[in-house]
Design a binder for this molecule. Structure first.
Ligand code: DLL
Length: 430
């Protein structure tokens, strides 16, 4: 690591001049394509079909065929491995809200690389050796638990592998063990904040300094709410199991987008419908190509996440491109009477209203031919005129989204809490 200041950099590669970075990416893309051709039958067949035998330059990237989450499901569990199963030392899986989970495998070298990526991510967020890292991401198939754990150990912090659950005990442990860094999904961070208050503890008196949050989208308003409630600086971490887990991208002290670990992942943004490449700054679907994965290389993987890329220089000096906006998953986008709406759009408006607690969900139903959307949320305290609040929120939503959205202000605690990723959309359309 180069320094102990907030501008510390774990690996000098993060500062590589872009020309050199592109050379490294080209070399690694060639290796990855050769690896897929030799070891991953589905990927190899796609490449051959597209007439790709080798890579001339990075400009060839848009000619390569896409890969999809459905490829992993179809190949469940081990069909996409590019190494013999015996070389896989660990598996993880994504949540699998639609049937079977997607299983991903790691070789010893993949795990080592992932720990390095997480070490970079922690360092970039301002975490220093010797700090106490309280990790409430669930340990198990979810990559949030062991992913944060291995990176935190790699940089030399004291890790508390609290995992998710037993929320009342989390508050006690945070206080007694002096956690300085909290790793969580943003929605669970708020549940922990409540548990801290319920335990009669003053969050200002905890030792928390930094929050490392990811696994689900969170709006700027939600970030500020978490910072107020837990007295920490909230840093975003992005990743997906198919690439490794957390550590694909993360925020630096400038908090001006999430730096993509571009020596490990090639990032593009494409039009979600046509698949055509989009320019920097344009919002579309994030597509990632692994550049150093052994067990599960993926070429032009359609993440389903809507984002844009920014390659302008960053104040921190890192040369890696940044994900400038992460609006949510394409599957979570609702189309209500022809208007596209992300849960994060609603979140942003709700959380900005003082009398509303930051727990909400969107319920979509069908009344006759039209989809009806109801936002369920809770009052921040018991002595609020709920009917008046609901009407006020309906006006606010109407004004900002152009849609007539019903608001139900329910009892405090009635919106289900999550210990991992919050379920923001409930679809009751048959
Ligand atoms: O959620 C990995 C992870 C864990 C990342 C903890 C960061 C922190 P999956 O379960 O495979 O992996 O889900 C991946 O979660 O495609 C995004 O839709 C969403 N996601 C992850 N991080 C963010 C973020 C982990 N910072 C899916 N902002 C991804 C918005 C995020 N969405």
């Amino acid at each position: 690591m180069s320094a102990t200041s907030e501008h510390a950099v774990w690996d000098p590669v993060e500062m590589l001049p872009r020309e050199r970075l592109r050379e490294l990416q080209l070399e690694r893309l060639r290796t990855t394509v050769a690896h897929v051709l030799a070891g991953q039958p589905l990927g190899a067949a796609r490449l051959r079909e597209a007439g790709i035998a080798e890579i001339g330059s990075l400009e060839d990237l848009p000619r390569l065929p896409f890969s999809w989450k459905s490829d992993l499901r179809d190949g469940y569990p081990f069909g996409l491995l590019a190494v013999p199963r015996e070389q896989v030392v660990r598996v993880h899986a994504s949540s699998g809200s639609h049937g079977k989970p997607t299983v991903v495998g790691y070789t010893r070298a993949d795990l080592d690389a992932w720990a390095e990526l997480m070490a970079r991510t922690f360092t970039m967020a301002g975490v220093r050796p010797g700090m106490v890292v309280h990790n409430v991401n669930s340990y198990g198939l979810f990559t949030g638990g062991l992913g944060f754990h291995d990176g935190a150990e790699r940089i030399g912090t004291t890790v508390v592998p609290a995992s998710a659950g037993f929320t009342a005990r989390q508050a006690m442990l945070l206080s007694d063990l002096g956690g300085q860094v909290l790793c969580a999904t943003p929605s669970y961070a708020l549940v922990i904040a409540q548990a801290v208050r319920d335990a009669g503890l003053d969050p200002a008196e905890l030792s928390l300094e930094i929050g490392m949050f990811g696994g689900e989208p969170f709006s700027q308003a939600m970030r500020e709410q978490i910072e107020r409630e837990l007295h920490l600086r909230a840093m975003a971490v992005y990743g997906l199991s198919e690439m490794c887990g957390p550590g694909v991208a993360g925020e630096c002290s400038a908090r001006d987008g999430l730096h993509v670990q571009e020596d490990h992942f090639l990032a593009e943004v494409v039009d979600p419908d046509s698949g055509d490449p989009l320019g920097d700054g344009d919002e579309g679907e994030l597509v990632l190509t692994t550049l150093a994965k052994e067990a599960l290389p993926l070429i032009r993987y359609r993440t389903g996440d809507i984002a844009s890329l920014d390659r302008t220089p960053c104040a921190c000096g890192r040369t890696f491109a940044r994900i400038a906006s992460l609006r949510g998953r394409r599957d979570d986008m609702l189309i209500v009477r022809g208007v596209n709406l992300f849960p994060s759009n609603v979140e942003h408006l709700l959380v900005g209203v003082e009398e509303v607690a930051p727990h909400y969900r969107l319920i979509v139903d069908r009344e006759g031919p039209l989809d009806e959307l109801t936002v369920e949320c809770e009052p921040a305290s018991g002595d609020v005129d709920r009917a008046e609040l609901a009407t006020r929120l309906e006006h606010l939503l109407r004004e900002h989204t152009g849609l007539r959205i019903a608001v139900a202000v329910v009892d405090p605690g009635a919106v289900p809490r999550s210990e991992g990723k919050a379920v923001r959309v409930v679809d009751r359309r048959g």
